[in-house]
Design a protein around this ligand. Structure first.
Ligand SMILES: [Zn+2]
Length: 343
């Protein structure tokens, strides 16, 4: 009980700051609690036009190795996870697609055109029409998540709105080219995702939770789903790696617990990751009629199993001894090619 109290007090303070901030910025009342439509979310900026401090983020070309994200891609067979939730992607990175009954919502887009083309082809195999994508949610500002946006907007769903956190969008426009910012960047964003924001599309309300640490603008998501009509709630942590820098690792750690509070309030009983592997889905593919959905852990195990693996990652980074000492100034990127700050 003591632990719970100790946790919820700061949560309440954070919530109060958020709510007062929303009011102070003149956001619609619904931004502070109720769900926004896509159009309302796109109009929810305090100052019209403030969404585009630079019209076009720099394109990047680099010969730097993409490591595990380099082609050839190993596709994961597309799979329906719940009545209204699907996965498409590769062993490097994937996307989730929600059929809201009034268009599709895509969460993340892969590394670039190759991934996006694969994902849209796989959506068709699942009986989903990619041209019905109304909203593209980007978990964070790394190329393996935003890389497919340009392809999708150009070839698949030109009218889809693109949503990213304000911090993520600013990072895309200002951070020098390095590993995390390779690839074709989105050239515009329609919606700034903000902490606590809810966006309702069709029958589905998406809840956004700010979880910085993996990246500065990283967002996580809570999505209600059904399984043979039975309601469940999926939680998706937006960033899946802990960097060995003190600022980011500690932010990541606090974000896990912050997300936990939202997940508990929403009743999250299934957890998924944006870098899913076939092993995640194999039990589902082997599921027999009448069996429970193996992705459903229950609300307790969402914390003790799903979130615990992120805590364990944090712990392993701490225990590795590789945590870098605090430098004088930490640039928002962490892949070491940015120049040293002037003394
Ligand atoms: Zn990332």
């Amino acid at each position: 009980m003591k632990r719970a109290t100790g946790f919820f007090v700061p949560l309440i303070i954070v919530a109060a700051i958020y709510l007062s901030g929303a009011a102070a910025q003149g956001l619609p009342a619904s931004a502070a609690g109720d769900a926004l439509t896509i159009a309302e979310a796109a109009a929810a900026l305090p100052v019209p036009g403030a969404a585009a401090p630079l019209a076009h983020p720099p394109e990047t070309t680099s010969t730097r190795s993409l490591g595990p994200f380099a082609p050839p891609f190993t596709s994961i067979a597309p799979v329906q996870l719940f009545d209204n939730l699907y996965f498409v992607g590769t062993t490097a990175v994937g996307a989730f697609v929600v059929d809201t009954g009034d268009g599709l919502v895509m969460l993340d887009t892969g590394c670039g055109a190759t991934d996006a083309a694969l994902m849209t082809a796989d959506m068709k195999k699942l009986g989903l029409d990619p041209s019905r994508i109304k909203l593209i949610l980007l978990s964070h500002e790394h190329f393996d998540h935003y890389g497919g946006v340009q392809y999708l907007k150009k070839h698949v769903c030109p009218n889809a709105k693109v949503a990213l956190s304000l911090i993520g969008w600013n990072m895309l426009q200002t951070v020098p080219m390095e590993f995390a910012y390779l690839g074709p960047r989105p050239q515009s964003v329609d919606i700034y995702l903000s902490d606590g924001m809810k966006i309702k599309v069709g029958a589905t309300t998406f809840q956004v939770v700010a979880t910085p640490g993996h990246s500065a603008g990283c967002m996580s998501f809570i999505i209600p789903v059904t399984d043979h009509g039975e309601p469940h709630v999926v939680g998706i942590m937006g960033g899946s790696a802990v960097w060995a820098t003190p600022h980011e690792a500690r932010l990541y750690k606090s974000s896990i617990e912050y997300f936990k509070a939202f997940a508990a309030a929403a009743g999250c009983d299934a957890g998924l990751g944006v870098h899913s592997q076939e092993a995640t889905f194999a039990p589902l593919r082997a599921r027999k009629p009448g069996e429970a959905n193996p992705l459903v852990l229950g609300t307790e195990k969402f914390d003790t199993v799903y979130l615990q693996k992120y805590r364990d990652q944090y712990r392993s980074v701490l225990d590795s001894g590789k945590m870098q000492p605090y430098p004088g100034l930490v640039l928002p990127s962490r892949h070491a090619t940015a120049p040293e700050p002037a003394k």
